[in-house]
Each structure stands twice: as structure tokens, then as C-alpha cells.
Design a protein around this ligand. Structure first.
Ligand code: NAD
Length: 260
């Protein structure tokens, strides 16, 4: 099918739906200057290896390395702004056309684009603050950064002595059960499930589009590269996210020009 026909079909599916759920991955934020994990050449995992949760808990040295990456790394998530893709999703949520966004992202850009907090389901947490792993006390990053720069480490929790970690879910760490339950309920309740910018290789997150199709809900995938779930989708668009969502939602002109 030609690119224009796919866009027309996507617009029609959106028009016909009143309870859309979006499911986003790192790909939606690359147009905001945040590298994704797996794009060939530019993805973060092409450059550094991830720190596993068990190693963070086990080793003070590994915690120091993790905080060093956080405070002195090249990716400054807090400086990034939402792009057209985020704005298109918030446009539909604020008009009650879409009900929520389930995101694997940790960059807070859906909230920054105007989506109310209770309509963003963060499966992998949020990198904008830190928490004690034992008692959940919240810590702000600017204070921890000052401490790290003065002492070369982040001290244990002032309340319970537990280990403090950014409020993200690392490889090997348990998924947040509240967010998983809400994501499941939202998936079952929607009438169109739209994946945007995810390689769909990280489980259990990638189980939600599968669940949608098991429930007979149409699945649309917008991603530059093929994903392992393309074959179960009603519509697959291998294009750039901003121009694609901006066009179908009517907040910018089309520029996708490849036929796939
Ligand atoms: P991923 O890196 O595995 O896949 C991203 C996909 O997006 C790739 O297939 C790539 O081809 C596609 N893509 C990138 N830019 C695009 C664009 N402009 N238009 C169309 N497609 C584009 O990401 P994932 O599936 O989200 O899984 C990785 C994990 O990485 C997630 O668990 C998430 O927590 C974490 N992560 C988050 C951020 C963030 O918060 N912005 C950034 C990097 C990684």
C-alpha cells in the first residue's frame, strides 16, 4: 500500500474511534533530541552497556558509575521539549478522543506536552526524580547532584538507610504493579491501540499490543523500522513519527514520502 493510502487509513481509524490508547517508546522522543536505545548507529546501547538492577544494589562502585552517567552524561532529559508526536497525542487526549498513553519512556515529555498525570501510565518509571528502594521516599535530583559532586557518592536514605536510585525501572528490576494493572485495564477498554516508536522487543511492555489484538482491537504501529509484531497489526506505517502523527491529527503538513 502506498504511503498516502496508509495515512488515509490511519486518519479513518482515528475518526471512527473514541477511546484510543497510545503506547509509546523511545522513538517518539528522538525528534526531541533524546537518543533511543536500539536505532542502528545512534541508539544508546550502541555506545554504553546498561547497568543491571542487581549490580546497582550489590556494588557501591557501580552505583557511583550510575550516578556519574546520570549527572555527567550527554543526555539531559530535563532540557528536552515535547515534539509534534507528543503534541498530537496530547491533542487527542485533551479532546477525549484518546483515553490515555502507556509509555515505556522515562523522559516526562507526555506530561510536559499537556497530558494530565493521571492519563500517563509509566511502565518504566520517570528519570526526573529519585526514590529510596526500601521506603519509597522521593528525592529531588538537584540535591542529590550537589551531594554527589561534594562527596563523590549519593548517601543512603535519610529516613530508613535504604539505597536511593532514580525512579526508573532498570533491567532486572520488578515492574511497577500499579502501572501494569492500569495499562492492562486501559488496553482492554480501548477501541484502537496505537504503538508509536517502539522496537517492541522489551517484555512485558510489548505484551500490551499483543493483548489488544487478542481482544479483537485494531492495532496500528508507527515505527521507522519493522517490529516483531508487524504481522499482527491492522496497519503498519514505517515512517517518521512527527510528520505522520502531525498529519493524521491535523496539526502539521505531511512530509513522509517513502512507500513501504
Ligand atoms: P527502542 O530504542 O528499542 O526502539 C525505538 C524504535 O523507535 C526503533 O525501532 C526506531 O526505529 C524507532 N524510531 C526512532 N526514532 C524514530 C522516529 N523519529 N520515527 C519513527 N521511528 C523512530 O525503544 P523502546 O521500544 O522504547 O524500548 C527501549 C527502552 O528504552 C524502554 O524501556 C524505555 O524505558 C527506554 N528508553 C527511554 C527513553 C526515553 O525516555 N526517551 C530513551 C531511551 C530508552
Amino acid at each position: 500500500m502506498k504511503s498516502e493510502d496508509k495515512l488515509a487509513q490511519f486518519s479513518k481509524l482515528i475518526d471512527q474511534s473514541s477511546n484510543i490508547v497510545f503506547f509509546t517508546g523511545a522513538g517518539i522522543s528522538t525528534e526531541s533530541g533524546i537518543p533511543d536505545f536500539r536505532s542502528p548507529g545512534t541508539g544508546i546501547w550502541n555506545k554504553i552497556s546498561p547497568i543491571e538492577f542487581q549490580d546497582f544494589v550489590r556494588s557501591e562502585e557501580i552505583r557511583k558509575e550510575s550516578w556519574k552517567r546520570k549527572f555527567h552524561g550527554k543526555t539531559n532529559l530535563s532540557a528536552a521539549d515535547p515534539n509534534v508526536g507528543h503534541k498530537a497525542i496530547s491533542h487527542l487526549i485533551l479532546r477525549a478522543k484518546a483515553r490515555s498513553v502507556i509509555t515505556q519512556n522515562i523522559d516526562n515529555l507526555h506530561q510536559k506536552s499537556g497530558v494530565p498525570d493521571d492519563k500517563v501510565i509509566e511502565l518504566h518509571g520517570n528519570a526526573g526524580y529519585a526514590k529510596c528502594l526500601s521506603c519509597d521516599t522521593r528525592y529531588e535530583l538537584d540535591k542529590l547532584q550537589t551531594q554527589f559532586e561534594e562527596l563523590g557518592q549519593v548517601n543512603p536514605c535519610g529516613k530508613c538507610g535504604g539505597i536511593i536510585k532514580t525512579a526508573t525501572i532498570s533491567f532486572g528490576q520488578a515492574m511497577p504493579s500499579d502501572a501494569m494493572d492500569r495499562a492492562q485495564r486501559e488496553t482492554i477498554a480501548c477501541d484502537l491501540f496505537v504503538v508509536v516508536g517502539s522496537s517492541l522487543v522489551v517484555y512485558p511492555a510489548a505484551g500490551f499490543p499483543e493483548l489488544a489484538t487478542h481482544m479483537g482491537i485494531p492495532l496500528v504501529i508507527v515505527n521507522r523500522e519493522a517490529t516483531p509484531l508487524d504481522h499482527i497489526a491492522s496497519l503498519v506505517i514505517h515512517e517518521e513519527i512527527g510528520p505522520t502523527l502531525g498529519f493524521v491529527v491535523g496539526i502539521n503538513e505531511p512530509s513522509p514520502n517513502r512507500s513501504t
